[in-house]
Design a protein around this ligand. Structure first.
Ligand SMILES: O=C(O)CCC(=O)C(=O)O
Ligand SMILES: [Fe+2]
Length: 311
């Protein structure tokens, strides 16, 4: 029974983003709307328009995701990131971060993981949702977050907007993620703040302004803008409106799909265990793809990808 399996969430006294406490009053904080994956496509489109995301509970079987988790925690243990003498499945943090996105050493070619995040189930879903043949970016973003601050607040567009913007992220928890462990955090309605966010959304982390004094530093890779929209979730919320939303508990098997302009980050991790998830990207195959994320070894944010423009 649902109530026994998943008791009503207890919100901890404090939840933080980037080290700062969120306002947890009902006008400022809440939970994501859930969607059933088998809803008609028109309903899914409507939801994506309304919310900027689709939170699909139990999209994959739990066992399948557990097998992927096992393959990842085994790697983490082998690489020496887990507290010695603890079961790998508990993913106990030993004080050393694993590394962000491109600096993360986990195996990009893990067949179990690729089968999950690029396999028939998700491909069929996007095929129906986008109405044509789909492709995915080849790069997999791993998030292995130990105790401490979560991901900075951003929109994905500034990292991957050189191809089509009709592009979707799928965030996949590889383990149950409690509020204390710190999962994805999205700002309600922020995908509709295009006017206000225009200066931010028109940028790309690998672009720089040729007419500025420090252009040479950006061109050579000495300087890089990391794409953060705000370091302060509460002041951003004051200017954009909306509640900060998360799940009372993301569970293995859930998928959280969202568009390129939804403002998001993650809750800080208050525990002594790693929060493990991946995020991957999907688009129509016929539309242009951002070449930074394509290929056997996607180049990513390398200096050769810097582009100057007058701004
Ligand atoms: O998992 C996180 O901490 C951030 C995820 C994210 O930014 C994304 O899925 O685009
Ligand atoms: Fe993101």
């Amino acid at each position: 029974m649902f109530a026994t399996d998943h008791p009503a969430p207890v919100v901890p006294a404090s939840l933080c983003a980037n080290g700062l406490p969120l306002d947890l009053s009902p006008e400022k904080f809440g939970f994501l709307r859930e969607t059933k994956p088998d809803e008609p496509v028109a309903t899914l489109h409507q939801r994506m328009d309304d919310d900027g995301y689709l939170y699909l509970r139990e999209f994959w079987s739990r066992d399948r995701v557990q097998a992927v988790r096992d393959s990842v925690t085994t790697q983490l243990a082998r690489l020496g990131f887990l507290k010695p003498g603890t079961p790998p499945d508990e993913a106990c943090f030993d004080g050393r971060e694993v590394g962000r996105a491109m600096g993360n050493p986990l195996d990009q070619h893990n067949p179990l993981l690729r089968d999950l995040v690029f396999g028939a189930k998700i491909t069929d879903f996007f095929q129906a949702f986008l109405g044509g043949n789909v492709r995915h970016f080849d790069f997999i973003w791993f998030r292995t977050k130990g105790h401490g601050v979560g991901s900075a607040i951003h929109c994905d567009l500034v990292y991957m907007g050189r191809g089509t913007h009709n592009l979707y992220t799928t965030w996949v928890p590889l383990g149950d993620v409690t509020l204390e462990l710190g999962g994805l955090l999205v700002l309600e309605g922020s995908h509709k703040k295009g006017e206000q966010l225009k200066p931010y959304l028109s940028r790309d982390v690998d672009d720089y302004c040729t007419n500025r004094e420090d252009a040479a530093d950006y061109a050579s890779g000495k300087k890089w803008w990391d794409g953060t929209l705000s370091k302060n979730a509460t002041s951003l919320q004051e200017s954009l409106g909306g509640r900060w939303l998360t799940s009372p508990q993301f569970r293995m098997g859930d998928a959280m799909i969202f568009n390129m302009t939804l403002v998001h980050g993650s809750l800080d991790n208050q525990t002594d265990r790693f929060r493990i998830s991946t995020d991957t990207r999907y688009q129509l195959a016929a539309e242009p793809a951002d070449e930074r994320w394509i290929g056997e070894k996607p180049p990513g944010h390398i200096t050769a990808q810097r582009r100057g423009r007058v701004c």
